[in-house]
Design a protein around this ligand. Structure first.
Ligand code: 0RQ
Length: 505
């Protein structure tokens, strides 16, 4: 215990998870550690969920990003979560959000901490955070993610610390904690290279705020990674070919620029593709660090990695723990306010690669809403990166649901990233370069390069109808969302021959 709690007076705050959960009161707002099932508190939320099954207790929950089932899942199923922000991926909470049993606020990940400090989100009663150790000063050593923890600890009236002994002490020293001052006193963030350290290796914490310390050894509930399928592999190849063209054209250096990549299989496939390519000396300035980043490091192709969370698969996590001494030389974990900071992203010239649910012919991107209404995961960091990136790339398979859905549509049913900040679209069919093109040129480029051949004639027909209506960004409004409506009523986006014949009558 002394190894983990280095301030002796705090030893008397050690208690069971159930005792700590009693400190949570109905109506509280609670900020937790955790970012993409890494470094989130586990034992206290599970105990709180048990309490929630027996008594009425509702909280507002702020996290870093998605967290494990012990937190989002168990608390939602016990009816404890009244309101939640930001990104989430847990099935229970997603269902509750779409039934509007949980109020959900989807904000850019870089903005959560500053909006909390500015007072936009209300009062923060308590922070519940995972740590690997507490320093003699009472400061906290985070575990596999940093997320919003520094600001939550700063703002919260009370802090519960979960010391997770499954998280190795060797994590100490990997973090770089920096909280910008608030306007009008804000200064430039002094980060000019991916590997710069600008803060402290611990999260500053007033030890008097610590009301409970709970020991646990529940591991991060990491998610399995789907194997790279043929479509993702083809998208990765298309993108790598595009990078090579950009180098030949003198628009990118031979080791590219610092890369950001979102979560999920496509993002992982792109990085896996880079591992097989001949690029070297790559840099990574992103939020999540997935398995393929460890491949790139092991192969000596990646020079340095900066992120806010280690998000590998189960085997990836094992590999990280086993080789932590060498990985920690090349990885820095930062608060998400810094990993995703638009000022830094613009300065470093990041190549941002994120995933779309659907894209329209003019380049607007929907990353969050299925059929325009049902929340998937949230915007995550994609907006932080895409709007400020040197090159902003969105990838999506050209179709979903076995071809019944075209991911290239006449008009997106929800907009997260506008035509103004989307530079490049990639599907398994090709790469649409939208830079320096007016809307109609963009539409032609996207239809010809990215749409599935089965849908190209339909998209062309739509564009022709739209062009007859005229305008700078032509639309034929009676049919702009007709593909979505058709999918909802008949299970596919384009009419079958029979339906088409009926339409003709
Ligand atoms: O659903 O599994 O039920 O079939 O959407 O799609 O292809 O498995 O892709 O897992 O990479 O997720 C955008 C959601 C993609 C993710 C999104 C259905 C499809 C499937 C998932 P099923 P895939 P992925 C990083 C930065 C947020 C923004 C971002 C995401 C399911 O990448 O949340 O990048 N991004 N943030 O069938 C209806 C369509 C569809 C569709 C796919 N057009 N219509 N359903 N699906 N396209 C995150 C952080 O910042 C932490």
């Amino acid at each position: 215990e002394e190894n983990r709690i280095r301030r002796p007076e705090l030893l008397k705050k050690v208690m069971s998870a159930a005792e700590a959960a009693e400190l949570v009161k109905d109506g509280m707002t609670i900020g937790t550690s955790g970012f993409t099932p890494a470094g989130y508190p586990k034992a206290v939320p599970l105990a709180l969920a048990e309490r929630g099954k027996k008594e009425k207790i509702k909280i507002t929950l702020w996290t870093g990003a998605s967290v494990g089932d012990e937190l989002d899942g168990a608390l939602t199923r016990a009816g404890v979560v009244a309101k939640r922000l930001p990104y989430q991926t847990n099935n229970s909470i997603r269902d509750a959000i779409n039934k509007r049993e949980v109020e959900y606020i989807d904000i850019h990940l870089s903005q959560v901490a500053q909006q909390a400090r500015y007072g936009f989100l209300g009062y923060l009663d308590m922070a519940i955070v995972e740590a690997v150790a507490i320093t003699p000063e009472g400061h906290l050593i985070p575990s596999t993610s940093v997320g919003n923890t520094p600001t939550f600890v700063k703002l919260a009236e009370k802090v519960i610390v979960e010391i997770n002994t499954s998280q190795p002490l060797e994590l100490e020293g990997m973090h770089d904690i920096y909280i910008p001052a608030d306007p009008p006193k804000r200064q430039p963030i002094p980060l000019t290279r991916v590997d710069d350290r600008i803060g402290t290796p611990y999260i500053p914490c007033d030890p008097d705020k610590i009301v409970a310390i709970v020991f646990t050894d529940i591991q991060d509930n990491v998610r399995p990674l789907a194997p790279v399928d043929a479509i993702s592999k083809q998208m990765a190849e298309n993108l790598i070919e595009f990078f090579k063209q950009e180098i030949r054209a003198g628009r990118l250096p031979s080791n590219l620029l610092p890369l950001q990549s979102g979560v999920g299989s496509v993002a992982n496939a792109v990085l896996a593709g880079l591992a097989q390519s001949d690029f070297t000396n790559l840099e990574f300035y992103s939020e999540v660090i997935q398995d393929s980043v460890f491949d790139l490091l092991d192969l000596g192709k990646m020079r340095f990695v900066s992120g806010t969370s280690i998000t590998p698969s189960e085997t990836g996590l094992k590999r990280f723990y086993e080789n932590i001494k060498s990985y920690r030389q090349k990885i820095i974990l930062r608060p998400q306010e810094i990993s995703n900071n638009p000022e830094v992203i613009r300065r470093l010239g990041i190549i941002a690669m994120n995933t779309a649910i659907e894209v329209d012919i003019y380049g607007n991107v929907n990353s969050t809403h299925i059929m325009g209404t049902r929340m998937m995961n949230g915007i995550g960091g994609s907006g932080d990166f895409s709007r400020s990136a040197y090159l902003s790339i969105f990838a999506t398979p050209s179709t979903a649901k076995n071809g019944a859905i075209s991911c290239i549509v006449p008009m997106v049913s929800h907009v997260d990233h506008t035509e103004h900040e989307v530079h490049v679209i990639v599907t398994e069919w090709g790469v649409a370069d939208l830079r320096n093109k007016c809307p109609v040129e963009r539409a032609q480029e996207i239809i010809n390069k990215c749409a599935h051949p089965n849908y190209r004639p339909w998209l062309k027909e739509y564009l022709d109808k739209a062009l007859k209506k005229g305008g700078h960004t032509p639309h034929y409004l009676p049919e702009a969302l007709s593909w979505h409506i058709r999918f909802e009523t008949s299970g596919h986006m384009i009419p079958t021959l029979k339906e088409e014949a009926a339409l003709m009558k």
